[in-house]
Design a protein around this ligand. Sequence first.
Ligand SMILES: Nc1nc2c(c(=O)[nH]1)N[C@H]1C(S)=C(S)[C@@H](COP(=O)(O)OP(=O)(O)OC[C@H]3O[C@@H](n4cnc5c(=O)[nH]c(N)nc54)[C@H](O)[C@@H]3O)O[C@H]1N2
Ligand SMILES: Nc1nc2c(c(=O)[nH]1)N[C@H]1C(S)=C(S)[C@@H](COP(=O)(O)OP(=O)(O)OC[C@H]3O[C@@H](n4cnc5c(=O)[nH]c(N)nc54)[C@H](O)[C@@H]3O)O[C@H]1N2
Ligand code: SF4
Ligand SMILES: [Mo]
Length: 693
Amino acid sequence: MNETIEQKIVHGACPHDCPDTCAMLVTVAGGRAVRVAGDPAHPFTRGTLCTKVANYHERTHSSERVKTCLRRVGAKGAGQFMPISWDEALEEITARFRALSESAEGAETIMPYSYCGTMGLVQSESMDRRFFNRLGASILDRTICASAGSAGYDATIGARLGTDPERFADARLILLWGTNTITSNVHLWPFILEAKHRGARLIAIDPRRTRTADQCDEHIAPLPGTDAALALGLMHVIFAEGLEDRDYLERHTVGAEELRRHVREYAPARVAEICGLEAETIVRLAREYATTRPAVIRLNYGLQRHAGGGMAVRTITCLPAVTGAWRDAAGGCLLSTSSTFPLNYAALERPDLLPTPRPRTLNMSVLGGALTKVVDPPVRALYVYNSNPAAVAPDQAQVLAGLKRDDLFTVVHEQFMTDTCDYADIVLPATTQLEHFDLHKAYGHLYLIVNEPAIAPLHEAKSNSEVFRLLAARLGFAEDCFKDSDEEIARQALATDHPALQGITLERVREHGWLRLNVPETFAPFADGNFPTASGKCELYSERLAAQGLPPVPEFIPPHESRASAPALAARFPLALVSPAAHAFLNSSFANLPKQLRQERRPFIEINPQDADVRGIADGDRVRAFNERGACELTAVVTTRARAGVVVSPSVWWNKLSPDGVNINQLTSQALTDMGGGATFYDALVEVERLGA
Ligand SMILES: Nc1nc2c(c(=O)[nH]1)N[C@H]1C(S)=C(S)[C@@H](COP(=O)(O)OP(=O)(O)OC[C@H]3O[C@@H](n4cnc5c(=O)[nH]c(N)nc54)[C@H](O)[C@@H]3O)O[C@H]1N2
Ligand SMILES: Nc1nc2c(c(=O)[nH]1)N[C@H]1C(S)=C(S)[C@@H](COP(=O)(O)OP(=O)(O)OC[C@H]3O[C@@H](n4cnc5c(=O)[nH]c(N)nc54)[C@H](O)[C@@H]3O)O[C@H]1N2
Ligand code: SF4
Ligand SMILES: [Mo]
């Protein structure tokens, strides 16, 4: 008899830390996920997934998954474990956490560490936050990616609201500023192409000639960390030539006069010197930007991983107010759409459960310091989920030294045996997106998306929310919120009376798998001002920044490490290293899977022929990149895609899958950004030398 296996299609959401948050359709047959696809009905996903996620079902069914709980039996870092039961694992964690909570040093000795392995509201920021709040653990400041740019954007605009990405198709000029759109925001690209077909000009502003820059009409390559100077130079020209929109400035901004006076210091010749550009380029770009409508700027987080990252974003986001570009629905700028989602975060995270006095806050971008320097009380337990700090955190040598501490009790909840797992005392198996429920917002479009579990958890995997529910029960946390199901949590997130969520229920999202927020199809968010700042205006002058001791008008804050700002350091380590997002990886996710590893081939570093020649480096040579913090082995790619003085190494590779067992984060630093306490991954001077054959 011929048995037909019944197939079903389940609505999903891509969980990864990517602005596109794709709506997925998951095909299930015989209890296995056999296919994932982009939902063709979704207006932003438009039926495609990127090269990373197109075979996500293989990731889920990979034989490399963490299958059971594990207890470490070898030295930290050696990766030797034996299977244990969930009961044993949970008992050990609760015993340790209870003992630390009851010790004189208290629960602040426990440090949670998570980022956006999944972006789902349930699995990323609900039961976990409730649990650690109630426990009284140290609070984690999640700064590793976006906090500088977010602070800078908010200082000018008030919140992360901007141009609707679906309106980009109507723009006549698109500046892609510090974004490798085709690699890290690929579903915006069709809208940009549509604009191009209708005659729009595309300009990439990036120290590297990226695959996005290849597709633009023009590529401008400033030195890393100099974007604020470039934006100030543009404003200098715009004001000097009377190209500003006086009416818009008068009605919808504060501080236009202060800004006008201030930018006089940023004449094109001076800016050209700072940015390593031609003065003529700055003048031409200013004129084109100020006289083309609609003009939109897509900026992304790449440009804010520098000392002055917050101020860079703040400065660039003044431009559309100066020229009145906000008047058009297809004009303005976009960093993130996240503030368009007015979800009930207090219900999700329950900050009311925090003890008084409020526990200390630890910044995740200085994990190495938190684990190795004198902090009072010391960190004695680390609970890692949704993140792989051994590979992704800056100043890796110090991070690994901290993770190696024998007196540190480390739990890692993971889908795969990452570099971080190797340092764990206890490893817990995590579900993937196809095995659990979630509800997603996005930071690159305006739709809520539901993720229905397509299959039952594989092996002994449990979801984040489930593990925190179990830990809460074992620790005797009696609050009702620790019993909420995943679906109840999703409903609580939607329970607000904000107009953007009026009438949006979980049931309605489930009908199609996704739902657009209640915002008009065509809207120019700031055509009539109404900025969500304290003044209700675009703040070209910011009282709030002044109160924080920061420059109140936009200013150029030089990199921590550059030829101009640190000449003595640059004499020893003359090259500026940028380690941007690799095309086939998502941070360190996918960097262990066969298809994606084949695509990226090997850890490499792009170096300009000028810089390669003086070092005797030829294309394909094995090289060592190094500075005072560490060193790492790579293959040299000699190319003009890296501008002279800059080297580029797409990331993030797993340490244990790299030639010398470490990756580029050996070279990055724990120095922080001007605003938001952010990481400065792309602000690092290095030297590169040829290794023997
Ligand atoms: N394929 C892929 N997609 C991803 C990711 C990934 O790892 N791989 N990561 C995801 C995550 S977590 C994030 S935060 C986003 C990041 O998205 P993006 O911000 O687009 O990505 P980055 O690669 O960090 O930086 C973008 C570009 O900024 C350039 N850049 C670096 N420094 C400067 C500077 O000082 N000025 C200017 N103008 N440009 C600069 C880099 O050369 C790079 O080409 O992407 C997400 N999407
Ligand atoms: N040199 C350099 N370093 C960088 C960057 C760079 O561009 N260059 N980018 C930085 C940026 S922008 C970011 S955002 C950070 C990101 O750093 P991370 O947040 O650490 O991101 P990933 O490396 O993707 O690791 C996420 C981990 O979470 C796991 N995971 C996924 N879903 C779940 C789940 O449901 N439960 C649990 N328990 N685990 C899950 C995945 O298997 C994966 O190992 O890295 C930063 N580091
Ligand atoms: S990583 Fe981004 S582009 Fe790729 S499927 Fe996920 S949301 Fe879409
Ligand atoms: Mo990120």
